[in-house]
Design a protein around this ligand. Structure first.
Ligand code: ADE
Length: 290
């Protein structure tokens, strides 16, 4: 997968005097070293035309802060999409079709589902905004040529999109074939659990607690069922714990399964219902799974 990142802070991602940046370490770094991931960083200021390399201007209509200029972003995107990202690049019609991702607190929430969709793309281009954001005509214009997603990583405001790009890339890259090593780890994750089939109630649950050696640590024991060798009992215990944790910290997700997912409540078995009822979520018994 090719990943282009346009930013006024390319050093944020790149190598530093102390070593590799966030794209150069861990699983992502190894995938990049293997050539499975092809990261290209672009400094937006290269497309600024004035002597000060200005990329922002005051907002029309007044208000605080600055807005990123559409002309600078427009030529940057044109060059990155059709060429190799150099300002003078000739157009290359054979460049793979890209999906443009613009991180913004005003975007749609980033989810595991979006991460999976991005992992299936051949090419992603990230446009990192700063200040009060990018002139809105840039996204409107890009939409006439490609798929564009404005995506938020949470209900808080960051100083810019760079951290959001790292978050999104970490979620996406670990889903690429060969990146994670143990493919099952991705399937068991919070939000990606269960069989992954539509209506599977384990989808959308948080992962329960995990343990490793030693069996006893500071007087705290590993739950005995995990030492039992009884795989069915272990699976049931994990499901109970996932239901309990989700009910405790993300009641919205439990409500979504019970009433927001078509057939979701019907997929809950008697034990699921008991656990959820104990956690304060009585489930209507009529549509119970057998
Ligand atoms: N840029 C600033 N805040 C952001 C957020 N919450 N998500 C994505 N991009 C952002």
């Amino acid at each position: 997968m090719r990943v282009d990142i346009i930013t006024i802070f390319p050093d944020y991602f790149g190598t530093t005097a102390k070593g590799a940046g966030p794209l150069g370490v861990s699983l992502i770094g190894k995938a990049a070293a293997r050539g499975d991931l092809d990261f290209r960083l672009h400094d937006l200021r290269r497309w600024a035309t004035d002597v000060h390399h200005t990329v922002d201007d005051t907002p029309f209509g007044g208000g605080p802060g600055m807005v990123m200029k559409p002309d600078v972003w427009g030529t940057a995107l044109d060059d990155v999409l059709t060429g190799d990202g150099t300002v003078t690049a000739p157009s290359a019609p054979s460049a793979p079709l890209a999906r443009l991702i613009v991180p913004t607190p005003s975007g749609t929430p980033f989810t595991q589902g979006l991460a999976a969709a991005y992992a299936a793309e051949k090419r992603l281009v990230f446009a990192c905004g700063r200040y009060e954001g990018i002139d809105s005509r840039v996204v409107a214009d890009a939409r006439s040529a490609m798929a564009v997603d404005e995506v938020s990583i949470g209900d808080y405001v960051l100083a810019g999109g760079e951290v959001a790009v790292c978050v999104i890339l970490e979620a996406v890259c670990r889903l690429l074939p060969g990146v994670l090593g143990n493919e099952q780890s991705a399937a068991d994750d919070s939000f990606g659990g269960g069989t992954g089939e539509a209506g599977d109630p384990m989808r959308g649950l948080l992962e329960g607690p995990v343990y490793t050696r030693p069996r006893s640590w500071r007087g705290r024991e590993v739950p005995p069922v995990l030492l039992s060798g009884d795989h069915q009992a272990i699976a049931r215990w994990r499901r109970d714990e996932a239901l309990r944790r989700t009910a405790a910290v993300r009641p919205d997700l439990v409500s979504q399964i019970i009433s927001g997912t078509p057939g979701g409540a019907a997929m809950l078995d008697a034990r699921d219902r008991t656990v959820l009822a104990e956690a304060g979520f009585p489930v209507d018994g009529e549509s119970m799974a057998h």
